[in-house]
Every structure is written in structure tokens, then in C-alpha cells.
Design a protein around this ligand. Structure first.
Ligand SMILES: Nc1nc2c(ncn2[C@@H]2O[C@H](COP(=O)(O)OP(=O)(O)OP(=O)(O)O)[C@@H](O)[C@H]2O)c(=O)[nH]1
Ligand SMILES: [Mg+2]
Length: 357
């Protein structure tokens, strides 16, 4: 494993930072901001993140492993229950909790729910909580102290920082507050690794992000994305086939649009984002299928990878982490041009998921 030169020093720090809070407060935006690259999907609609995703930041003096989680909310489907459980599991395993709130609005019942979960997890007094008042760019100077007190009163033990994840305002102070609370320890991951997801998993989320951007109301929340094929055609190009799974027959024409216009729009947005993430020119082939009521079907949720436990290890033949040895020996290179080292398929992202479905 490649570790920072200083990682053997007793002062090196490392640990897991659970990024939690209600939906849409900017958790994924903040994680991307810390990493200075986009590994997590972001959208103006709640419940964009549906699973746990790591964002690994390796500094000369520490390795900070951010755990982006789904927003804590009142669930109406089994999917929502699973999402909440993922967030709570991350909370339990955290060295530091980064509780994010939207300072542009008053606390709502979902913030109170998140605070209640924090109180349960921190009942023994050992939980280190940093409260970040995000979207502070939208709050006037007069309103800031009011919001500060409103949110602080929900969990008075927390250390508070006001930030803007989208502009980067006070991100450094927030990182310092986290570093101050991390325990000493060696790095858990290779210094080049930025996330635990495979490139194809991130691509699936970016397709869903495009669906959230272009469609309204219930349809984007009823959509799951399954990557059927992720084939690297050369070092610089990839072919991706994906299926948008909706819950009802009536949702299909909405996703496809008049003369296929909506699906085309979704495809263009998703392709551009995947190209930025992977550093390749991408040909994206999208299809739409009905998977009846998948959000309330535990077996289908499992097949789609929405499980409360940590992300299951993929089958052995399916892929592996890129490490420097492999890269130096001329093996698979994820996104070297951008300094992005993601997870890709051993044989070039080109394997079908036959046998899984
Ligand atoms: N004005 C402003 N908008 C922000 C800021 N941070 C995030 N946003 C916006 O807030 C929206 C939600 O951001 P996400 O990062 O998807 O929020 P999230 O907490 O991960 O949401 P879920 O995954 O649904 O739980 C997006 O439209 C972001 O662009 C900020 O500091 N200021
Ligand atoms: Mg998110």
C-alpha cells in the first residue's frame, strides 16, 4: 500500500467522519468540496444519495475518510427505511460526526430527528460532533446568530462552524475542526484512492442525478439505474449501457418524453458528467423498463444494491481496487489524467453483470 511518508509518525491521524443530516442540506456537495472532485451525485431534490459512499482525503498529517450518507427522514417506503439505517450505521462506526444543516431555513422536524439520533448515539458522552451550518451564503449577517442558536440548541455539545459547501467559504476551518478531533492512527487506504465505489457505480448515480435534474415530483424518486455494460473501448473511450427502472407503466412515457426527447436530454447531461468523472469520451445507451414497486420490495432493493449493511463486496471476477503497482505495471488506469483514482473493472470496465440478474 502507498502511504504518505509521514504515516508512520505517531502524530499521524486517521478516522471515519460520518456526514449526516436531513436530505438536501449539502452533504454530498461538501464531501466533493473536501476532495476537490466530484465523486458523489448532487441535486436540488431531497434523497439524492441512497447509499453509503466514502470520500478519502489523504493529507501529509492525516487520512480523513468521509462517509457520505442518505439524508435522515421519515420513511414512506422500504427504500427510505434502508436509507435511514445506512445513515445510522455510519453514525455508530464514526470517529467524528459531521452534522450538516441548512442554515438558510429554520430547523424542521427532520433536523430534530437527526438530532435525536445523535443524542442516542452520543448518550455516553463520547461522540465527537461538529455541527456545520451550511448554505451560509444564503443567510444575512443579522440572521446568522439567530440560526446558530436555533441549531445549536438541538445538540448543545456540538462544535459549530458556519460554511458554504458550494463556495468553499470556511471549508478549511471545518476541516481543521475535524482534524483536531481525529484519533491518532495509520492510514486505512492507499493515498491515491478517493472513494470505495467503482466507476460504474458512480456512473449509475450520475445518470440518476440527471433524472433528478430533468424530472419532477415522484418520477425521479421512483427511478433506479442499473448499469448493464461498462466497456472501455480504448484508454480514452467507453461504452455504457444503462436501464432506468421505474415503478409503474404510466411513468415510462414521462421518462422517455415526446419522441424520446426527455430520455435524450437525461442522456446528454449524464454523459457529460460521466465524461468529467472518468476522463473518457463516453457513449451512453439508455433504456427504460418497469420494475413494479421496487421501492417496497426487499428482494429488489437488495439486487439494486440498496442494503443497510456496508456495500457488499462485488463478485471476485468483477473488479478490484487500482493500486500503484498495477498502474505502474501498465495495468488498468481509471482516470489518471485527472489524478482521479477510482475503482474500475479488472478487465477494463467491460464485464456484463450476467448471473446477477
Ligand atoms: N446556496 C448553496 N447551495 C448549496 C450549498 N451546498 C449545497 N447546496 C445545494 O443544495 C442542494 C443539495 O445538495 P446535496 O449535496 O445533493 O445535498 P445532500 O445533503 O447530499 O442531499 P441528499 O443526498 O438528498 O441527502 C444542491 O442543489 C446543492 O447545489 C451551499 O453552501 N450554498
Ligand atoms: Mg447526498
Amino acid at each position: 500500500m502507498n502511504t504518505p511518508d509521514s504515516s508512520l509518525s505517531p502524530s499521524f491521524k486517521s478516522g471515519f467522519v460520518a456526514v449526516i443530516g436531513r436530505p438536501n442540506v449539502g452533504k454530498s456537495t461538501l464531501m466533493n468540496a473536501f476532495l476537490q472532485q466530484k465523486v458523489a451525485a448532487v441535486s436540488p431534490r431531497p434523497q439524492t444519495t441512497r447509499r453509503r459512499q466514502l470520500g478519502i482525503l489523504t493529507l501529509p498529517e492525516a487520512q480523513v475518510i468521509f462517509v457520505d450518507t442518505p439524508g435522515i427522514h421519515k420513511p414512506v417506503h422500504k427504500l427510505g427505511e434502508v436509507m435511514n439505517q445506512i445513515a445510522l450505521d455510519a453514525l455508530k462506526d464514526a470517529d467524528v460526526v459531521l452534522w450538516l444543516v441548512d442554515a438558510s431555513a429554520r430547523p424542521n422536524p427532520e433536523d430534530e430527528l437527526a438530532a435525536a439520533r445523535l443524542a442516542e448515539a452520543g448518550a455516553d458522552g463520547a461522540l465527537k460532533v461538529v455541527l456545520a451550518l451550511n448554505k451560509i451564503d444564503l443567510v444575512s449577517d443579522e440572521q446568522r446568530p439567530v440560526r446558530l442558536e436555533e441549531y445549536r440548541s438541538l445538540y448543545p455539545q456540538a462544535f459549530v462552524v458556519m460554511v458554504s459547501a458550494s463556495s468553499g467559504y470556511q471549508i478549511d476551518s471545518l476541516l481543521q475542526a475535524i482534524l483536531d478531533r481525529l484519533p491518532p492512527g495509520p492510514p486505512y487506504y492507499d493515498e491515491d484512492q478517493v472513494t470505495d465505489l467503482y466507476e460504474r457505480d458512480i456512473a449509475a448515480d450520475l445518470v440518476r442525478e440527471a433524472v433528478l435534474r430533468h424530472l419532477k415530483d415522484e418520477v425521479p424518486h421512483s427511478t433506479a439505474v442499473r448499469i448493464e455494460e461498462y466497456k472501455e473501448r480504448s484508454e480514452d473511450t467507453a461504452y455504457i449501457a444503462a436501464t432506468l427502472l421505474v415503478e409503474r407503466e404510466s411513468q415510462k412515457p414521462i421518462v422517455i418524453g415526446k419522441g424520446g426527447e426527455m430520455l435524450k436530454r437525461i442522456g446528454t447531461t449524464a454523459r457529460q458528467e460521466i465524461e468529467k468523472m472518468s476522463g473518457r469520451t463516453v457513449f451512453l445507451d439508455l433504456h427504460v423498463k418497469v420494475l413494479e414497486n421496487w421501492r417496497d420490495n426487499p428482494a429488489l432493493l437488495k439486487r439494486l444494491g440498496y442494503t443497510p449493511s456496508a456495500k457488499p463486496e462485488p463478485p471476485e471476477w468483477w473488479g478490484h481496487r487500482i493500486d500503484r503497482t498495477l498502474r505502474e505495471s501498465g495495468g488498468m488506469v481509471g482516470c489518471r489524467r485527472f489524478g482521479l483514482h477510482l475503482l474500475t473493472d479488472e478487465r477494463g470496465c467491460g464485464l456484463r453483470e450476467s448471473g446477477i440478474w
